[in-house]
Design a protein around this ligand. Structure first.
Ligand code: TRP
Length: 349
C-alpha cells in the first residue's frame, strides 16, 4: 500500500487497516473453456498454496468474456462451473476472496472512468487487441474488445491490489493499468494504488500428451493430448497409455532429447511431489511410466472431482459461497468507488 488512509478523507475501515500491512494480490480468470491439467498444475494449484501468504482476491471475470460471447445462457453456466472447480481444488472461501466480476457492479462503474483516463492511441497499441481482432476478421468485433484493458485496469485498482501475478501475455495490460492509475492520481490527487505485475511462482511443466513439445492445451479437433479436470479415470488412463513417446526405448529425463518421456515424468513428478530427474531413474520402460503417471493423476484428481460434483449438485451452497466472496469484494470495491468519485468531485448522490 503506498497510500495513507488519512489522505482519503474517509473513515478508516477495518479492511483498509489490514491492507496496510498485508500485500493484496489480485488474479482473475475468464470463464471460457473447461479447466485442464495444465491450468491446474501450471497455475491454479499455486493459487491454493499461496492463499495463506497474502490477501488474495480471485475474480471470475465474466464481463471480460462477454467481449466475445454472443449466445445466451453460456456465460452463467461456465461461471458456475469454474467457481465450483476453484473451490474444489481447495480455495478456501474463509481465506481467499473468490467472486464473480458481474456480481460486483463497481467493476463496470470504474471501467467507464478508466476508459475516460486512457487514450485511444494507448488502447490501439495493445498487442492482445491486435492479435484478437486479426483472428476475428469477418466476425463481429465488439468495442469491448478494444476497451477491455480499461475494464481490466478497473478490476485491479478497485481492490487496491499491490501485486498482479501474470504471464507474459498480460504484462502489457498491467503496464497500461499502471499508466492509467498514475494519470488518474496526477489529475485528481492520490487515490489509486499503483499495482505491480509479478511473475507467479513457477508451476509444473505440463506438456501435451500428443505433442510433447507444446504446452498442454485443448485443440479444436481433439483432446487426446489434454487431460481435463473432469475426465473420468478410464479416459485419463487411456490418454496416458496413448501418449506419444520417443523413438528409442530408454527412459531418462531430458526435455530436448526425450520430450515425450520427459513430459510424462514431469506430470508424474508434479502429481506426486517428486523430483523429475530422480523419478526417471526408477523406470526402464515406457509402459510402467505411462501407467504410473496416469494412476497418479487419477488419484490426485479423485478428491477434486468428488468435491466438484458435490458442489455443482448443491447450487444453493455454491451460490452462498459466491455471495460471501462478492460481499467481501464489494466492501473493498465500494470504498474505492467512493474515493474515486470524491477525488473527481462528482456530485454526491
Ligand atoms: N485479461 C486476463 C486474461 O485474459 C484476465 C483478466 C481480467 C485479468 N482482469 C484481470 C487478469 C485483472 C489479472 C488482473 O487472462
Amino acid at each position: 500500500m503506498t497510500l495513507r488512509t488519512e489522505t482519503w478523507g474517509l473513515p478508516v475501515r477495518a479492511h483498509q487497516v489490514a491492507s496496510l500491512t498485508v500485500t493484496r494480490v489480485l488474479s482473475c480468470i475468464q470463464p471460457t473453456g473447461d479447466v485442464h491439467l495444465g491450468n491446474y498444475l501450471g497455475a491454479l494449484r499455486n493459487w491454493v498454496s499461496g492463499q495463506h501468504d497474502k490477501d488474495v482476491f480471485h475474480g471470475i471475470v465474466d464481463l471480460h468474456a462477454l467481449t466475445i460471447t454472443e449466445q445466451p445462457d453460456v456465460l452463467g453456466d461456465s461461471t458456475l462451473k469454474l467457481a465450483a472447480m476453484l473451490f474444489a481444488i481447495g480455495l478456501d472461501p474463509d481465506v481467499a476472496t473468490v467472486f464473480v466480476q458481474s456480481h460486483v457492479t463497481e467493476h463496470s462503474q470504474l471501467g467507464w472512468i478508466m476508459e475516460c483516463t486512457v487514450s485511444f492511441g494507448e488502447l490501439s497499441r495493445m498487442t492482445q487487441f491486435k492479435d484478437k481482432t486479426a483472428k476475428r476478421v469477418g466476425n463481429f468485433i465488439s468495442a469491448g474488445l478494444f476497451t477491455y484493458p480499461a475494464l481490466q485496469a478497473a478490476d485491479i485498482v478497485l481492490y487496491d491490489a499491490n501485486e498482479v501475478p501474470v504471464g507474459d501475455d498480460q504484462r502489457q495490460h498491467v503496464e497500461i493499468t499502471r499508466d492509467i492509475a498514475i494519470r488518474f492520481n496526477h489529475r485528481f490527487g492520490d487515490t489509486l494504488v499503483i499495482p505491480e505485475a509479478v511473475t507467479p511462482k513457477a508451476g509444473a511443466r505440463v506438456m501435451d500428451l500428443q505433442d510433447p513439445t507444446s504446452k498442454m492445451s485443448k485443440s479444436s479437433d481433439s483432446d487426446a493430448g489434454c487431460i481435463m479436470m473432469l475426465d473420468d479415470p478410464r479416459a485419463i488412463l487411456k490418454k496416458f497409455k496413448r501418449a506419444v513417446t520417443d523413438s528409442d526405448s530408454e527412459v531418462y529425463y531430458d526435455v530436448k532429447a526425450k520430450p515425450g518421456v520427459s513430459g510424462l515424468i514431469d506430470i508424474l513428478a508434479a502429481a506426486t511431489d517428486q523430483d523429475p530427474v530422480t523419478l526417471a531413474t526408477h523406470y526402464q520402460q515406457y509402459g510402467p511410466l505411462k501407467n504410473d503417471a496416469g494412476e497418479a493423476v487419477v488419484a490426485m484428481l479423485e478428491p477434486i472431482q468428488a468435491r466438484y460434483y458435490e458442489l455443482i449438485d448443491d447450487k444453493a451452497e455454491l451460490t452462498r459461497l459466491l455471495r460471501v466472496g462478492a460481499d467481501r469484494a464489494r466492501t473493498v470495491a465500494s470504498a474505492t468507488i467512493d474515493r474515486v468519485h470524491n477525488a473527481i468531485g462528482l456530485l454526491p448522490a
